[in-house]
Design a protein around this ligand. Structure first.
Ligand SMILES: Cc1ncc(C[n+]2csc(CCOP(=O)(O)OP(=O)(O)O)c2C)c(N)n1
Ligand SMILES: [Mg+2]
Length: 621
């Protein structure tokens, strides 16, 4: 628009701009417009949401600007998980989810919980009743600010229109600073509509606060490392958040210290790297990973939180070994157990210094040689496997992951959430890069996989994104597949159908029951007697939602189905689901301690003398 002969191109035609006495441009605009302009300056290009009356003023400004692509979810919880998948797909991304007042905000609480638990920034925006109607039990007026407090880094109902752009500015600063996490901004409708003075042209994002290790701290940690005989690095999701995976690998290679990625840090070092020593834990772990952890004498954790499914009991996990813990959040150090040494630092800042000091020490011949320890770790990795090559019909789940590994390329991005499918995925799949295992670590809400995978794909539709879900996880937010069909998101979904709440069925073994965990029923619309008893006809539902589906019941046809699904996704630009009909009851390896994992199926011990050979070779401690 033109004001006094000056073109003010960045503002809406609704806005009134005037010149002040010094000739500077003063911009009057709706507070909702200021919010959109700040989001633009902070790099937001995509939002996931569900509109409603109380958030329509913001949608009016989104429409006016046409700068932020809006993806319409089918459930507001879906929008919140899409935002999380979007953030995780690429360094620097921040996913935005938008909903109206009342139930939209409460629907997104699960997404906020998931994001805060896994240190993922997402911006959640909700509409709200007018300020004067708060506390009067108005239609869809809920105190979302209070409800969301424990699952956000900041949550605020903005009661002063002039504060809208400043609250958004603060939100981006808070989400990106320290341990990242989500923010909720709740906007009463009259606040969105109010006219405020705001100058976007000179707006600047606030500097981000990230504590950094000192050289003295890094030297002390390196000294401790070098005095160990069998050290390990535990690489957590903080390394991915800090975009520091290349530095991690450089440091591991410089020092020759093997790396155990956590489930959140999986991909920070490629699975086939000689220093990738396996994953540790009660469920998503490798036999060789746990054995190597039990053999180690010192562990350097970087950007990890000693999650209980990784450690098991602290007694077993910490026994006879020293710990160094590097984390960006001071109150994470000592939270689960007190390490022998702690450093408060962003993972990237710490690893930069670790690499710098290690290079100097290497030049001076001050680094310990760990080649023998590395060899032992590699032997475990090549010998201590689990069997996957089953030919059984119905299909055993282990076989599915073997086929996925053979079909999907090194650049594949896997998305998974919870259940036996996710646990087996963690045990058997291969991941070769950071952000290629997008997994809900702490919260594990059923239904997360489909929307999170769609969110990841929305960040870059040229990427190969493969979702992995059990039948119950799949059914929880199945309607989101329609979002993929509408917005042309070529997701490949592997649906492993055991017609059971498998993980809970397995957990109930301890109670000697199999109670309320069956998804099986005789589907009156299915004639095939092999399928009838599996309950929901997923292929019918998926096609009804505008997507494609392939069903596989023969283990020898999984491979071709996965190849075909990738082709179909490319051709039709819609989600393609490969449903694999599994054996209903298969238990997946897990246990109560990292030295006490139950192997329910055959292991694949490649030592010629079996487990006794491993013991004789000194590989098990
Ligand atoms: C919202 C929610 N409710 C309950 C659970 C507990 N839970 C974890 S796994 C699971 C069953 C998952 O079944 P399915 O998705 O079919 O995977 P499977 O274990 O059979 O492979 C349940 C009920 C949960 N994680 N989230
Ligand atoms: Mg199941």
């Amino acid at each position: 628009m033109m004001v006094d002969g000056i073109l003010i191109s960045s503002l809406s035609v609704d806005d009134v701009s005037i010149l002040n006495s010094k000739g500077n441009i003063m911009a009057k605009m709706k507070a909702a417009m200021a919010a959109v302009l700040v989001m633009e300056k902070e790099g937001i290009t995509t939002a996931f949401g569900v509109p409603g009356a109380a958030i329509n003023p913001l949608y009016a400004q989104l429409r006016e600007r046409q700068s932020i692509t809006h993806i319409l979810a089918r459930h507001v919880e879906g929008a919140s998980h899409m935002a999380e998948g979007y953030t995780r797909a690429k360094a620097g991304n921040i996913g935005v989810c938008i909903g109206t007042s009342g139930p939209a905000g409460t629907d997104m609480i699960t997404g906020l919980y998931s994001a805060s638990a896994d240190s993922i920034p997402i911006l959640c925006i909700t509409g709200q009743a007018p300020r004067a109607r708060l506390y009067k039990e108005d239609f869809q007026a809920v105190d979302i600010e209070t409800i969301s407090k424990p699952v956000t880094k900041m949550s605020v109902t903005v009661r002063e229109p002039g504060l809208v752009p400043r609250v958004f500015q603060q939100a981006f600063h808070v989400m990106r600073s320290g341990r990242p996490g989500p923010v909720l901004i709740d906007l009463p409708i009259d606040v969105q509509l109010a006219e405020i003075e705001f100058d976007i042209d000179t707006y600047e994002p606030l500097p981000v606060y990230k504590p950094a290790a000192s050289r003295k701290q890094i030297e002390k940690a390196l000294e401790m490392l070098m005095s160990a005989k069998k050290p390990l690095i535990v690489a957590g999701g903080g390394i991915i958040n800090a975009d520091a995976d290349a530095l991690l690998v450089e440091f591991a290679e410089l020092t020759g210290i093997p790396v155990i990625p956590t489930l959140m840090g999986w991909g920070t070092i490629p699975d086939d790297h000689p220093l990738m020593a396996g994953m540790v834990g009660l469920q998503t772990s490798h036999r060789y990973g746990n054995a190597t952890m039990l053999a180690s004498d010192l562990v350097l954790g970087i950007g990890n939180r000693w999650a209980n499914r990784h450690t098991g009991s602290i007694d077993v996990y910490c026994k006879d070994r020293k710990f160094i813990h590097v984390d960006i959040e001071p109150t994470q150090i000592g939270r689960v157990f007190n390490p022998d040494y702690g450093i408060v630092s962003d993972a990237k800042a710490a690893l930069e210094l670790f690499v710098e000091v290690a290079k100097e020490w290497k030049a001076k011949g001050m680094l310990t040689n760990y080649s023998e320890w590395v060899e032992r770790c590699q032997e475990r990795k090549s010998l201590m496997l689990r069997k996957t090559n089953f030919d059984n019909v119905p299909i055993k789940p282990q076989r599915v992951y073997q086929e996925m590994n053979s079909v999907f390329g090194r650049d594949t991005i896997y998305v998974s959430t919870i259940g036996l499918s996710q646990i087996a995925g963690g045990q058997f799949l291969h991941v070769y890069g950071a952000r290629q295992w997008i997994n809900c670590g702490q919260a594990g809400p059923l239904g997360w996989t489909i929307p999170a995978a769609l969110g990841a794909l929305a960040s870059d539709t040229t990427k190969t994104v493969v979702g992995l879900a059990g039948d119950y996880d799949f059914q929880f937010l199945i309607e989101e597949l329609a979002v993929g069909a509408q917005f042309n998101l070529p997701l490949v979904m592997v649906l492993v159908n055991n017609s059971y709440l498998g993980l809970i069925r397995q957990a109930q073994r301890g109670f000697e029951m199999d109670y309320c965990v069956q998804l099986a029923f005789d589907n009156i619309n299915v004639d095939d007697h092999n399928l009838k008893g599996y309950g929901v006809d997923h292929v019918q539902v998926v096609e009804g939602l505008g997507c494609k589906a392939i069903r596989v019941s023969d283990p020898n046809k999984i491979n071709a189905a996965l190849i075909e699904a990738q082709k179909m996704a490319k051709e039709h630009r819609v989600p393609v689901v490969v449903e694999i009909i599994l054996e209903k009851i298969t238990n997946i390896a897990m246990g109560t301690e990292i030295n006490n994992i139950n192997e329910f199926e055959d292991i694949d011990c490649r030592h010629p003398a079996g487990t006794e050979g491993l013991v004789a070779a000194g590989l098990l401690e």
